[in-house]
Design a binder for this molecule. Structure first.
Ligand code: CP
Length: 302
């Protein structure tokens, strides 16, 4: 994986993904090391982020690396009309690795084709979010003891949810049964369902979340994303489609974990946070170890 970009989760084989998870276990036990001393990571966020940006930066800092970058393109020469091409070509000469989030689907692939340092896609529009997937796989394995043969329920915005797209594709390697819960307007795109069909795995579609609660091992909640809607009225109509609250978790499996890539709006009641089945804040913490593992692997340090 040395010097390779990670744009789509399929850029890494199942074995390579598992290797990153193995290395992440090492960093979870010993997160402060100096192995990235002398390395510079560029963190380019053209779209808002809390967890992805700060966990990457925390990961690099804890390994002794330096971080340059921006969290708002308005403070850069993009504001003067500079192209993504010129921005990447310039920053690639300042850093050993570029982490980029950009609202345009395909922008990370484009950057990886012109950059002479590896590009890690931190989310490109509604397309993919592969580093979230690695931390989701890590979180699932850690809580379930396995990634194989699980019933995973995805709830919310399955159409625009890039975390959902990448995770569904990755879980196709593990004989997953998929339960896809969304408003009719936000169903999982056919291009992603194709991966499930190719592996002859089962998937079931629902609009009602209650239907899947008794069978799920993992309940992966997602936000209805206002920023992806061209029609604000459509967003207003469906924004409150799902609201998980504690009562609904009573008849669920003992091993169920509620996950969410976050940020949350109102799809999970805050009272659920204290429920032992809630796992989303631990999931966000796992992002630091997994991103340490990913950078160390790509930089050839592990
Ligand atoms: N999960 C995730 O991508 O969160 P942020 O948007 O806060 O980075």
């Amino acid at each position: 994986m040395k010097n390779r970009s990670l744009v789509s989760i399929s850029d890494f084989t199942k074995e390579e993904q598992m290797r990153v998870l193995e290395v992440a276990q090492e960093f979870e036990k010993n997160p402060v090391q100096n192995i990235m001393e002398g390395f510079v990571v560029a963190s380019l966020f053209f779209e808002p982020s809390t967890r992805t940006r700060l966990s990457f930066e925390s990961a690099a800092n804890r390994l002794g690396g330096r971080v340059i970058g921006f969290s708002e393109a308005g403070s850069t020469s993009v504001k003067k009309g500079e192209s993504l091409r010129d921005t990447i070509l310039t920053i690639a000469s300042y850093a050993d690795l570029i982490v980029m989030r950009n609202p345009v689907e395909g922008s990370a692939r484009f950057a990886s084709e012109i950059s002479n340092v590896p590009i890690i896609n931190a989310g490109d529009g509604a397309n993919q979010h592969p580093t979230q997937t690695l931390l989701d796989l890590y979180s699932i394995e850690k809580t379930q003891g396995t990634l194989d043969n699980l019933h995973v329920a995805f709830v919310g915005d399955l159409k625009y949810g890039r975390t959902v797209h990448s995770l569904v594709i990755a879980l196709c390697n593990f004989n997953t049964t998929f339960h896809l819960v969304s408003p009719t307007e936000l169903k999982l795109p056919s291009s992603v369902k194709m991966f499930i069909k190719e592996k002859n795995l089962e998937y079931h579609q629902y609009t009602n979340m209650e239907d899947i609660l008794p069978v799920a091992d993992v309940l992966y909640m997602t936000r209805i994303q206002r920023e992806r809607f061209s029609d604000p009225l459509e967003y207003e109509r469906i924004k409150n489609s799902y609201n998980l609250h504690n009562d609904m978790l009573q008849e669920t499996k003992d091993n169920l974990k509620v996950m969410h890539p976050l940020p949350r709006v109102n799809e999970i009641d805050v009272n659920v946070d204290a429920n032992p089945k809630a796992y989303y804040f631990e999931q966000a913490l796992n992002g630091v170890f997994v991103r340490q593992a990913l950078m160390a692997t790509i930089l050839g340090l592990r």
